[in-house]
Write a protein that binds this ligand. Sequence first.
Ligand code: MG
Length: 249
Amino acid sequence: MSIIIKSDREIAAMRRAGRIVATILGVLTGQVRPGMKTGELDIITARELDRLGAKPSFKGYHGFPANLCVSVNSEVVHGIPGERVLNEGDIVSLDFGAIFMGFQGDAAVTVGVGEISPQARQLIATTEATLKAGIAAAHPTARLGDISAAIQDCAESRGFSVVREYAGHGIGREMHEEPQIPNFGLPGTGPQLKKGMVLALEPMVNAGDWHTRLGDDHWTVYTADGSLSAHFEHTIAIADGEPEVLTIV
Ligand code: MG
């Protein structure tokens, strides 16, 4: 399989999918509060998808049961929304994808529930910064490894670690296309980036060690050492100069 180059017309369609993803994530982050069940976020997502005429990317994907992933505290990714109640001081990662007119958008954000600890704040700010660093490296004179290295350097320079078992990915008509985009690596390595590539960059950053473990539900991924984890993601299109972020309102 090779990296699919999208036409301007296809990128225009992906812009619309991306805007829907960003709109719904904006609604969700505005609703997060202490005392709410994570399953309420799934209900809101289903309602908003319906309102905007889009379909969920995740529901039914390899049997995933919900419209979005909700991962709390030491949960890294792929948490299933349900009966869990959010408490003041928790951090919650919302990862959400939508399909509109045959194209996918994928994005994630981590937010605090009420007042959070200084360490949690720093972890969230750092993870968001790693995504920005990855995006800044994504220009057509660069290679894929430049993105990976920028993300890794940003996290590790601030004393955190990047998850290695899960990666970003190409995206288009399929949620997961070539290439895989590790959040660690060496600059100057990997495929040359090219205008028309559309990539979902998604650094997952741990406060402790980078190792993870899979939960008993065979979906939820946890930090192996129980430390906090945060996750940010955008779908971006490689352009002539600066990349275009597609998952924005
Ligand atoms: Mg993704």
